[in-house]
Design a binder for this molecule. Structure first.
Ligand code: NAD
Length: 271
């Protein structure tokens, strides 16, 4: 095995995945960039090359919903990384917001498949490589929506509660294999995800709704630093940004008040 640590990142063509790729690359890691968006992947790779020189990592066109494609991508990646997989960053995800009765079957299934099945398939495919790499870590991107069920974002919340459950389950299940398992629970983060409409019927973007609700938007670098700290630390769940911190605090210490607030003030955010 080579000395250089290796991270494989899904959703690496944009936002959080790109920021994490840049930070780990700048700190000397070999980086595998995976996404469905090939143009975005090439852009991210260009940003890495400036930091780390020619051999900064690999690019993989991967749809996280495709279980067989995961095996191919990780086999290719570990061949290039000298056999190592120190971190799988299971990060690809899409938003969905809106009242549950207004959402279409197709858009519900798509978000369940990408946000939840994609994370499950990634964990399954990566296990043997993580087990073979001492001190390895599975890092999943959950969300503040995985702290308390968000009115107007029930499906998104359900996927992120699912990611949280997988994190907690595998933290126990994989302890004997020497693999640490962590997740990130960001609030609203300044990425292209906020430019999307919360659902097909909407012509507003998520960013506008967040601003209207008076919630802050956290710079993406904060998530990259949190990912670094999560991989190198002991915390199972890492919140990022004030909205996530407040929600975690309220759900623990004043659940009754939080419930009341979500009944009176809840709105479709879907971030
Ligand atoms: P983003 O839209 O900037 O990036 C998401 C990336 O995932 C895109 O490059 C997209 O092409 C990729 N992707 C989508 N479907 C895919 C698939 N089937 N296979 C592979 N890649 C796919 O969004 P982001 O904000 O960087 O989101 C990253 C993660 O962070 C998501 O899981 C999201 O739910 C989570 N998150 C985001 C926020 C936020 O406010 N931005 C907050 C909490 C959690």
């Amino acid at each position: 095995m080579t000395d250089r640590k290796a991270i494989f990142i899904t959703g690496a063509a944009s936002g959080i995945g790109r920021a994490v790729a840049r930070l780990f690359s700048a700190r000397g890691w070999f980086v595998g960039l995976a996404d469905v968006n090939e143009a975005g992947l090439a852009e991210t790779a260009g940003l890495l090359a400036r930091h780390a020189g020619v051999n900064s990592g690999t690019i993989h066109k991967l749809d996280v919903r495709d279980r067989a494609a995961w095996d191919v991508a990780l086999a290719d990646f570990t061949e290039a990384s000298g056999g190592r997989l120190d971190v799988l960053f299971n990060n690809a995800g899409i938003p969905i917001g809106g009242k549950i009765i207004d959402l279409g079957t197709e858009e519900i299934e798509k978000v369940l498949d990408i946000n939840l099945k994609g994370v499950i398939f990634g964990a399954q495919a990566a296990h043997k490589y993580l087990k073979a790499t001492p001190g390895s870590c599975l890092l999943n991107t959950a969300s503040a929506a995985g702290i308390y069920g968000t009115p107007g974002a029930s499906i998104y919340s359900a996927t992120k509660f699912g990611v949280r459950a997988i994190t907690e389950s595998l933290d126990g299940e994989w302890d004997e294999d020497g693999i640490c398992v962590r997740d990130l629970m960001p609030g609203f983060i300044d990425t292209p995800l906020l430019e999307q409409a919360p659902n097909r019927a909407s012509n507003e973007d998520i960013r506008g709704r967040v601003i209207e609700a008076g919630l802050e938007i956290t710079p993406v670098i904060a998530v990259a630093e949190a990912a670094w700290a999560a991989v190198h630390g002991e915390k199972l769940h890492t919140t990022v940004g004030k909205t996530a911190d407040r929600l975690a605090f309220a759900s623990r210490w004043m659940p009754g008040r939080l419930r009341k607030q979500t009944r009176t003030g809840g709105r479709a955010l879907g971030g």
